[in-house]
Design a protein around this ligand. Structure first.
Ligand code: UDP
Ligand code: MG
Length: 140
């Protein structure tokens, strides 16, 4: 099924200059960029994005990290895009990330792990409109 998913190049990877490499990895896998922008979240905006994790012990540190600097957010579209992006990202903890994945290449640790990708259709349906009104998403 053709799907759309939300991905984020996180502040650590933007700062380190990996934005282009990460987007290239998605494009080389056949995914299409349907929307793209750079922005700097406030702590409250980061809390809203990660609201599903609000009871987790890492919520405070995570939302602080996600608001420490600019991020690049993108909508990716393609056949099985949600799973494809998750596969290209690699495991949350880079110690467990398969060789050649974004997190194996660029993540420092389980928190500062370079990239986000929606984990399900339900997550994508919350996360895409969090950042993009429909007029900013290209029909491909
Ligand atoms: N995270 C963390 N500590 C943990 C688990 C997650 O700091 O023990 C951070 C990490 O940046 C991760 C994000 O919280 O990417 C969201 O966690 P999730 O379990 O949804 O991982 P993901 O879907 O990003 O692989
Ligand atoms: Mg997740």
């Amino acid at each position: 099924m053709v799907e759309r998913t939300l991905s984020i190049v996180k502040p650590d990877a933007v700062k380190a200059g990996h934005t282009g490499d990460i987007i290239s990895m998605f494009e080389r896998a056949g995914l299409k960029v349907a929307a793209l922008k750079m922005l700097h979240l406030t702590p409250d905006e980061a809390k809203g994005f990660y609201i599903v994790h609000k009871e987790r012990p890492f919520y405070g540190d995570l939302t602080k990290f996600m608001s420490e600097g600019p991020i690049v957010v993108l909508v990716l579209e393609g056949e099985d895009a949600i799973k494809m992006v998750r596969d290209i990202m690699g495991a949350t903890n880079p110690k467990n990330a398969a060789p050649g994945t974004i997190r194996a290449l660029f993540a420092a640790d389980i928190e500062r792990n370079a990239v986000h990708g929606s984990d399900s259709e339900k997550s994508a349906a919350y996360e895409i409109p969090f950042f993009f009104p429909s007029i900013e998403i290209m029909g491909l």
